[in-house]
Design a protein around this ligand. Structure first.
Ligand code: NI
Ligand code: MN
Length: 225
């Protein structure tokens, strides 16, 4: 499994020859100006919730690639009404896709579309593919529901928001890491705007002091799992 950070909460995940994009918000992110969305491959686009900083580039990329949009029922219906392909899910549900198993799990956040219309309830994803399991938390607060995850799954990596203000900050993400029983964390949802700027060294040190590893990728950088 190869994971690429495209800035903010945007990720590329390659499992075998299947390309998955998560929450593409690239053209609206000045820091991601080096990424050309017209070159991104996508067989699936996973959307955690309907906020602008997670859906901005979904429509353009899905139109070009024919990617299947996977999200909650309301978000998928919104894109199906634009003649895009979708696979609706809801919380607690899982499905075997060609890349592996995907589960849509709880997040504590909100989920309106940019025009204020209802975007269902926000979520996160657990992806199991190529004998690796990762958790993409989406925008979320620390929540006791995270404790359910290790009762069913052993995570190899968790991708957690760490920017604070709109989501968990560093200290809560460290607790989340305990709740999900995973010490290998990739941070996201930080530095994009003033509200969520973090001190990288301090963040990494706080995780290190608890025996945990916080990875922060450069925009466009990839890691293999
Ligand atoms: Ni959000
Ligand atoms: Mn967000």
């Amino acid at each position: 499994m190869k994971i690429t950070f495209y800035g903010h909460a945007s990720l590329g995940i390659q499992i075998k020859d299947i390309y998955i994009l998560v929450d593409p918000f690239i053209t609206g992110n000045e820091k991601a100006s080096g990424i050309d969305i017209n070159t991104l491959k996508a067989d699936y686009i996973l959307v955690t919730h309907a906020h602008q900083d997670h859906i901005l580039d979904v429509e353009v990329i899905a139109k070009r690639t024919g990617a299947v949009i996977v999200s909650n029922y309301e978000i998928v219906t919104y894109f199906q009404n634009k003649d895009l392909e979708g696979h609706p899910m809801n919380h607690g549900g899982s499905w075997d896709f060609e890349f592996g198993n995907l589960k849509y799990v709880n997040a504590i956040h909100t989920s309106s579309f940019p025009d204020g219309s209802y975007g269902g309830q926000p979520g996160g994803f657990i992806i199991e593919g190529e004998h690796k399991t990762i958790y993409i938390a989406g925008d979320t607060a620390l929540t006791m529901d995270m404790k359910l995850i290790p009762m069913q799954t052993e995570l190899d990596l968790a991708i957690l928001p760490i920017g604070d203000n709109f989501t968990m900050g560093i200290d809560d993400a460290i607790l989340a890491s305990d709740f999900i029983a995973c010490d290998k964390i990739l941070g996201y949802h930080f530095d994009t705007f003033g509200y969520i700027e973090i001190n990288h060294d301090e963040a990494k040190r706080k995780f290190f002091d608890k025996g945990k590893d916080l990875m922060l990728l450069e925009i466009g950088e990839s890691m293999e799992l």
